[in-house]
Design a protein around this ligand. Structure first.
Ligand code: HEM
Length: 156
């Protein structure tokens, strides 16, 4: 039961991350192209994006170490898991890609806050949030991946 609840929350927060991430990167690119400045909406979208990522890392870590039968099965025989694409995805590829994405987004958020110049704030938001979002998008188990999961489902 706890597994189902955490998995559903983890899956829903993914949509907050994807929507806020695309919105903050797209609106910063648009503002840059129009020569306009870094606005409160960019900060708000960035905060929602970073908070969603951090929340999902916490939920993901709890699934990973304690709740997921997939990772428990993988831990039982890591050698065999590395040869099975779905187990390898949740044991290594998914967490590694997400942690790299999280590092980019976290460093980006601190860098943007520290930057005073408006044009540089926009450029740095596009660079760090864009790179972090790309890593996160590539690491989500989309239905067309071998280890894919449905876009919306109730696993209990
Ligand atoms: C922004 C960060 C993350 C996003 C957007 C994300 C997204 C997802 C999605 C969409 C699923 C499939 C959920 C479903 O089946 O409905 C999933 C599963 C999972 N994720 Fe993440 N994830 C993130 C970070 C992490 C991290 C950092 C870890 C581990 C350290 C992790 C561990 C897992 C595990 C163990 C599963 C469940 C596998 C299973 O029980 O079969 N996730 N994640």
């Amino acid at each position: 039961m706890a597994y189902g609840i955490f998995l559903v929350l983890h899956s829903i927060v993914r949509w907050v991350v994807v929507v806020a991430g695309v919105a903050v990167v797209a609106s910063c690119i648009r503002a840059k192209a129009k020569g306009s400045s870094y606005q409160p909406i960019h900060r708000t979208l960035g905060t929602v994006f970073v908070s969603g990522v951090h929340l999902n890392v916490v939920l993901g870590l709890i699934l990973y170490v304690a709740l997921s039968p997939t990772t428990q099965l993988a831990f039982a025989d890591v050698g065999a898991a590395m040869k099975a694409s779905t187990l390898r995805f949740f044991l290594v590829e998914h967490p590694f890609g997400m942690l790299v994405g999280t590092a980019l987004v976290t460093v980006g958020s601190a860098t943007v806050k520290r930057t005073v110049d408006d044009a540089k704030k926009l450029s740095r938001a596009v660079t760090y949030f864009g790179a972090g979002l790309l890593m996160i998008l590539l690491s989500i188990p989309w239905p067309f991946y071998p280890a894919g999961r449905p876009l919306f489902w109730l696993p209990f």
